[in-house]
Design a protein around this ligand. Sequence first.
Ligand code: LLP
Length: 418
Amino acid sequence: MNYFHYKDKELWCEEVPVTDIVSAVGTPFYLYSQRTLKHHFRVFDVAFSGVPHITCFAVKSNSNIAVLRIFIAAGSGVDIVSGGELYRALQAGVDTSKVVYSGVGKKVDEIEYALKSDILMFNAESSQELEVINSCAQRLGKKAGVALRVNPDVDPETHPHISTGLMSNKFGIDIKKSLEEYRRARMLKHVDVKGVSCHIGSQVTKISPFLDALRHLKKLVRLLREEGMDIQYLDLGGGLGITYDKEDVPHPSEYAKAIIDASKDINCTFIFEPGRVIVGNAGILITEVLYTKSNDAKNFIIVDAGMNDLVRPSLYNSYHQIRPVIEKEREEIIADVVGPICESGDYLAKGRKIFRFERGELMAVMSAGAYGFTMSSNYNSRGRIPEVLVSDGQFFVIRKREVYADLIRGEEIPDFLR
Ligand code: LLP
């Protein structure tokens, strides 16, 4: 359920016609609906209201500080994977007792920043990292809350690039070795072992892989408790999928019910790290058709958004629905929707059955709220595009369009070249 809809054949975001925003900010831009963001967060969070839990929004999926602020105001914590994400979350006013820090390559300065910020816990992913966390905490005279991120070796049955809980993936600590690792961790004086965590992958469209992971984690929690470790938190990560095309995905309430039913016998505070399921369908990308052309083999629709703005189709061959901002009667063709970047892999859709768009028309690329702007780049020296938030009948530019000067910020010509 989202608040992008057609009224008199025109696409609106809540109570605002998309064309009004185009007139003010130009194209391309990302557009988010606050009502949808709030609704998705609430649906997820309320689904777990029967159990102690913290919903820690995954900042990597959409890290704009205004977007973070919406969730934080609704009681969210955050899942971070870098010092930069912590900085953003702090700017957005996060309660640091609801921050979990994941990732295989945390650096010393990032660990120290997180310790100084008094975050809830690190999801540590290797024994060397644990040692480093311990020594950083010692230096700062602190005790670091820690969970070990275990790799439960379950198949999330998703795209290989976004599956993370298999032995062949770099993430986590082999669950078979985790008991020894926990024993070592509890001996570290500046580490407070308080949880168990995992994240099996993203865009997971079935509940069963989550239940498999939960079963492994519960077993581990029991073993650790038998050894006297005070395991309070069970972090199941994120990963619940959304509908981009026709995927039949579990509703968050089904996902929650299955997890709650399977964990009656374990007394833990749950942590969830949802990203995509909250923001994915709350954002779209608006782009304008620059040119159309055909050859004997193909029709091309060339638009002003490229793989530097939305890389998912190029990177994962992922599908995003494409709709006209203004509907009218017209024939359908098979075409590639491509961007201006000098790469053959620069496309938003390939071999797509699509309306015959014309030069100057506006297109909405749907389901672009997650891993859209956050994965964008300046490739081909293109400024990153604005992010716009609609709320209560108004729209707000929550990130400005980059200008040429932004492109060379920080660059210098050394004296010998002058
Ligand atoms: N927690 C951890 C430790 C993660 O690594 C991730 C995502 C999440 C939570 C949030 O997962 P979500 O609920 O959004 O599925 N760029 C890819 C997705 C990469 C996901 C990486 N980790 C894409 O565009 O599909």
